[in-house]
Design a protein. Structure first.
Length: 224
């Protein structure tokens, strides 16, 4: 990516990148009685994340089902009890989560100058509560529920690009995840990509993403 670009749209992942995605802390709360050891808990949290990723790779199903099935599979792998409707605690918590501390400051310098767009692996009924907490206007908010396809499926990016009516090289895609977003964006020909180093995934060289510490570093990439 060149030093300064001026994309037609800036597209974002929401959860983890903009919204402080608190799956790990909620897991530590819910499973404290079953996994008291901190090291084992960290491994359980990692496995739950892996099963959530695996669940979105197949045909679309509601996000509540994604969470419940992924959690049940994790518990089965670990040989611990999965309690009825436990996965729904996550689903119900998601809309209550607010942005990372840097997000509003960073987005406010761009909002109104370049249209902002979200594509999130969420349900339509969840996302707007999180978007409202970002305190800036978005041109479009797409979800996996909108198009019935989850990232990292290429069909998700195709649907977003087609709906926006632009070329891939007219976008700047911003995410804290290579596996959900930036690898697929690269495969789709989205040349301009920013990786937000939130600490839950390492930087992956070779996909042409510019690393920024947080969203406050984004305005400089687009000359604002």
């Amino acid at each position: 990516m060149s030093d300064i670009i001026r994309p037609k749209y800036i597209t974002f992942d929401c959860y983890g990148t903009l919204t402080n995605f608190q799956m790990g802390s909620l897991t530590r709360e819910i499973f404290a009685d079953r996994i008291p050891d901190a090291e084992r808990m960290a491994a359980f949290v990692k496995d739950f994340g892996a099963y959530r990723f695996d669940e979105v790779l197949g045909p679309w199903k509601p996000y509540a089902e994604i969470l419940c099935t992924a959690l049940e599979r994790t518990c089965q792998r670990w040989g611990i009890e999965y309690r009825d409707n436990e996965g729904m605690r996550y689903y119900e918590a998601v809309p209550t989560w607010g942005p990372h501390p840097d997000v509003i400051e960073g987005l406010s310098k761009i909002a109104g100058k370049i249209p902002l767009v979200i594509y999130s692996n969420a349900d339509d009924t969840q996302i707007m509560s999180n978007v409202q907490k970002l305190e800036v206007p978005f041109h479009e908010v797409f979800t996996a529920d909108t198009f019935k396809v989850y990232k990292p499926r290429l069909a998700a990016f195709e649907a977003m690009i087609d709906t926006l009516g632009c070329r891939p090289d007219e976008l700047l895609h911003v995410s804290s995840s290579f596996r959900y977003d930036l690898i697929s964006a690269s495969l789709m020909g989205i040349e301009n990509k920013a990786f937000v180093a939130r600490g839950h995934e390492p930087y992956c060289a070779g996909y042409g993403a510019t690393e920024i510490a947080d969203i406050r570093g984004l305005p400089a990439l687009v000359g604002l």
